[in-house]
Design a protein around this ligand. Sequence first.
Ligand code: GLN
Length: 473
Amino acid sequence: MRSATQIAADVKSGATTAEAELDKSLAVVAARNEELNVFLYVDEEGARAQARAVDEQVRAGAELGRLAGVPIALKDNLCQRGVPTTCSSRILEGWRPPYDATVVERVLAAGAVAIGKTNLDEFAMGSSTETSAFGPTRNPLDPSRVPGGSSGGSAAAVAAEMTTIALGSDTGGSIRQPAALCGLVGMKPTYGLVSRYGLIAFASSLDQIGPFAKTVEDAALLLEVIAGHDPMDSTSLPEGSPSLVAHVNDGVGAKRVGLVRELIEGADDEVVASVTRAAEVLRAAGAEIVELSIPEIKLGLSAYYLLAPAEASSNLARFDGVRYGLRVDAENVTAMNEATRTLGFGAEVKRRIMLGTYALSAGYYDAYYGQALKVRTQMISAFRAAYQQVDLLLGATTPSVAFQFGEKSENPMAMYLSDVFTIPTNLAGEAAVSVPFGLGASGLPIGVQLLGPGRSEAALFAGARVLEIAEGR
Ligand code: GLN
């Protein structure tokens, strides 16, 4: 498959047209979407209009955007004006946002063609897409297995070559984990680098939007397009978009990389072997590898499962049968709220709302929510200390390759453990990238994770690129 960079260049030169690229995408969607359940909604009409507008610009000799004519998939928790947006929840059924998320506005302004909205775990709560109210997505590399989650649909769209790039969101690993399980590059940017305006909130202090792509360069390009200050998000960093693509081939020479014990402990042997081999490749490329331990990482999962549900219980209060989507009528307003939420939310979302409400309730607040906040502060200090010693950290993205349907869905704790290596980055508000590196015995891809301090995206992509080159891509 051609890269996004190549497609945009070909559209500009006239070697192809945006409409022809759209037709190719739609043909793959038509052939495989029924089996894989990647797109909840295909916006053929909207995409056609966007593609024609790009081709019109080409004919008029106008200045083209960096994603001119590149098909893109959008996770269905990103608002796109007039296009159904469900968060894979029945509670939003029928709702059409009256505005574009900032990231949607930016990719469209860059000339990308938005094919449609992809499946996710309901409200992004999950690691397999199995909690979607509209059925799970299948992993294109092995349809008997999950694609990961919660951005499983966006990952599957790229893995199945329905689109070249996709956007997801990552609160505790929801970009990096599916990227690892589908053999893609996926990045969770620094908190505040990408505007959250128009991202339907799960846990606002942890949520970040980021890119999926087959190559490091495409992921860097997409992140460059969406990053940079946005006055509509009060947590948006003040600076503009960083220069990433230009640094993709900077390498890791003279960098110190910490191989973190807690980021491989408990992973399958084949995953540990990939991480070890990645360390060797980085060393051969000029990096100094330092083995280190960050014990606080082990506290991440527990803190996350108090903080994220606490924020979710507050964020999801807005779905009351009045303002958005579903309404189940009843004799009075309170009964209507209750009936709507009872029918509209699935089991995992209800579990999170209950966990969060409990953690925030009077008498328990200090013991649970307050305590988790302290752990979060410790995590931030621990990473800060690590980055005094080294430039980047290295570990696994996930404990295993893609798992089977049903393997973890009956046991929330087993499912939650899928994100043990990714959650610490969200708690610290820092950046991390997952890059495919090696295959497991089943032939499925393994993801290796590089982590860095805030605003280290350029160095992370450069490190990921070294691993990508070693894999012959
Ligand atoms: N799997 C984690 C959860 O269920 C992370 C989800 C996410 O990053 N959106 O909360």
